[in-house]
Design a protein around this ligand. Structure first.
Ligand SMILES: C[S@@+](CC[C@H](N)C(=O)[O-])C[C@H]1O[C@@H](n2cnc3c(N)ncnc32)[C@H](O)[C@@H]1O
Length: 240
């Protein structure tokens, strides 16, 4: 990784994966707090919508992949599932998630790489992921893995920040993401670098239309998306 003029760059996929895992391990204690502050508490509503779209049947099985501290997994408990697997490659994130989700016995936290999921085909009724796509080193493979582990007819739901189209809005969010978020990350999480990388990862991430196409290329059907929060966040969903 080279950091030049505040720009985080990677020379290889391995380098990025290593950077991402270490970064989330580091910021894990303040991750939830930063989310609530950065999104003005809106992420709670977005997660509720993501779980609605997963259409999990009662007594169903859900996978929250790249679960972090497990907020989507915990939200899914209102659907009365039999099993929720919350998987991530950052051990510190899942450790915190496990503590937080302690009363929910149906949630199992495990360490796993989303690019090589340790699950058989067709075992879940739905799979969700939140704010992970920008961080994975191979978006197509990640989507293919999500589709693989869900039974025919089950849903794949992706919640992610999305690059803006309008240049006026772009300028406003650029100011917020590139200046204010790193500042907050520095004083609240004690990690300005992490919260400099996060807004940069949005800028280079693929637009919502392209993510839809990538999901279709992974043979997901009826893929749709809607934008939230003035077009800064996108919820994509499709069916296996
Ligand atoms: C921004 S956090 C999102 C956490 C959580 N999903 C949420 O909604 O708050 C991104 C998470 O993706 C995880 N991650 C990134 N690449 C991964 C991979 N290949 N396999 C598993 N987890 C991954 C990171 O460790 C991190 O916890």
């Amino acid at each position: 990784m080279t950091t030049k003029a505040n720009l985080v760059k990677f020379n290889s996929a391995e380098e990025k994966a290593h950077f991402v895992r270490n970064m989330f391990d580091r910021i894990s204690p303040k991750y939830d707090l930063m989310n609530r502050i950065m999104t003005f508490g809106q992420d709670v509503r977005w997660r509720r919508l993501a779980i609605d779209l997963a259409a999990l049947p009662e007594n169903g099985a859900l996978l929250d992949i790249a679960c972090g501290t497990g907020d989507l997994a915990i939200e899914a408990m209102r659907c009365k599932p039999t099993l929720v697997v919350a998987a991530d490659f950052s051990l510190n994130m899942i450790r915190l998630g496990r503590q937080k989700a302690n009363p929910h016995k149906a949630i199992r936290f495990i360490a796993a790489d989303g690019l090589q999921m340790p699950f058989r085909d067709d075992v879940f009724d739905a799979v969700v992921t939140g704010f992970s796509m920008r961080n994975v080193v191979d978006v197509d493979r990640f989507i293919r893995e999500m589709a693989r582990v869900v039974r025919p007819g089950g849903k794949v739901v992706i919640l992610e920040i999305t690059p803006l189209k309008s240049s006026l809005m772009k300028r406003g969010f650029h100011l917020y993401f590139q200046k204010i978020v790193p500042f907050l990350g520095g004083i609240i999480a004690g990690d300005r670098e992490a919260y400099t990388y996060l807004p940069q990862s949005v800028e280079v991430f693929i637009p919502a239309d392209e993510l839809k196409q990538r999901m279709e290329a992974a043979r997901l059907r009826n893929v749709q998306y809607k934008k939230l929060n003035l077009g800064t966040v996108a919820l994509h969903w499709g069916e296996v």
